[in-house]
Design a protein around this ligand. Structure first.
Ligand SMILES: Nc1ncnc2c1ncn2[C@@H]1O[C@H](COP(=O)(O)OP(=O)(O)O)[C@@H](O)[C@H]1O
Ligand SMILES: O=P(O)(O)OC[C@H]1O[C@](O)(COP(=O)(O)O)[C@@H](O)[C@@H]1O
Ligand SMILES: [Mg+2]
Length: 340
């Protein structure tokens, strides 16, 4: 059997561990042959496909990024199903393992609906995919954000300042919630729960009044009460998505004006996606890779590997892509008891 592997959407620590897990198991147990599809769906529609022998995945579980490259190409805009069929036939590719987030897996679901043999693997630092308890990449991002908050806190305390820390999270606030809780933030602002400037100022002042240096963690997709869209001062990216990032820089002066507390801003940005995966993410990603091979062998087309408790299972791609996994209001309220 000849299997193509692609990585698509924003990169994420653990992508290489998935590739290694799949190739080593497929080669060793089933004698399968692997092909690397370059830059996500782009490689599949433009026929940019390379051999992916077991030798090439040696030592990959600790390596950040993706050796295959990634892009945000939409296969339906740039070639469509006929082109995908043609490229697969050209390489005698029997199946594709698509590693990506909600966008990539929606494309995978549409291709599976058209009869392409596809199995999905969920990745995202945002942890916004339904039908899996966790995605790899999230743990590493939270670890990096937490360490950053710890470091920002000591400088904020020395100067008696407030620190606004902007983290990633396009539609959901999981990174902000977990890193904020782990770092003991005095306010956590997430896309799911708009807040007023008055409330934010109240939390900051109350922390200051107790002698603390207030830390405000804000997800890039957060909006103030009454605002319709998150800040995207740099316009759209190459694929028409708003380039988020900027709410922290906007909030900093507003907090300073509202409270009189000297405030600094740190935007963590792509630091959260770079570098080596955590041990947890290496294990999860490797298990997803070997699990994807089981799904291919069992011809479970149109499914995605998923973590259910501690077990790797498969779920229908439809279930995984219909609804985003947002932070439930009760989880936010639980954290909010500690704000201020
Ligand atoms: N409904 C869709 N149909 C086909 N392709 C899609 C769809 N939604 C997203 N995609 C493609 O998948 C790419 C990756 O999605 P994106 O959200 O950027 O990353 P991720 O897969 O990490 O969520 C998008 O740029 C787009 O080209
Ligand atoms: O790398 P880019 O294009 O700047 O994209 C940034 C976006 O990618 C993410 O890191 C991950 O998003 P995806 O999982 O949808 O790729 C978001 O948190 C962030 O908004
Ligand atoms: Mg996405």
């Amino acid at each position: 059997m000849r299997i193509g592997i692609l990585t698509s959407g924003g990169d994420c620590p653990g992508l290489n561990a998935v590739i290694r897990g799949a190739v080593v198991k497929g080669d060793r147990i089933h004698g399968q042959t692997f092909l690397g599809i370059k830059d996500g769906w782009r490689g599949l529609v433009e026929d940019d496909v390379i051999p992916l022998p077991r030798h090439d995945v040696r030592g990959l579980s600790r390596q950040g990024g993706t050796i295959l490259g990634t892009s945000r190409t939409n296969p339906f805009d740039d070639g469509g199903i006929d082109q995908v069929r043609k490229v697969m036939a050209h390489h005698e590719m029997d199946a594709v393992i698509a590693i990506g987030g909600e966008g990539t897996l929606t494309a995978a679901r549409r291709l599976a609906d058209e009869g392409i043999n596809i199995v999905g693997v969920p990745k995202t630092i945002d942890n916004d995919l339904s039908a899996t308890d966790y995605t790899f990449g999230f743990d590493t991002a939270v670890e990096i954000a937490t360490e950053s908050i710890d470091r920002l806190r000591t400088t904020a305390e020395s100067h008696h300042r407030c620190m606004v820390v902007e983290v990633m999270g396009r539609h959901v606030g999981w990174i902000a919630l977990h890193a904020g809780l782990a770092g003991g933030a005095q306010a956590i602002l997430i896309p799911e729960v708009p807040q007023s400037m008055g409330q934010i100022a109240e939390w900051v002042e109350s922390a200051r009044d107790r002698g603390r240096a207030p830390i405000v963690v804000v997800a890039e997709g957060f909006t103030l009460d009454g605002e319709e869209h998150p800040d995207a001062p740099r316009g759209l990216d190459a694929f028409g998505r708003p380039r988020l990032g900027g709410i922290g820089e906007r909030l900093g002066p507003m907090v300073e004006d509202a409270t009189g507390i000297e405030t600094r801003v740190a935007t963590l940005g792509h630091l959260q996606r770079g570098g080596v995966p955590s041990a947890y993410d290496r294990v999860l990603a490797t298990r997803f890779g070997t699990g994807a091979i089981d799904a291919v062998v069992e011809q479970k087309w149109g499914t995605m590997v998923s973590l259910s408790g501690t077990e790797v299972v498969t779920v229908d791609l439809h279930d995984a892509t219909t609804v985003l996994k947002t932070v439930p209001r009760s989880r936010y309220d639980e954290a909010a008891i500690l704000f201020g």
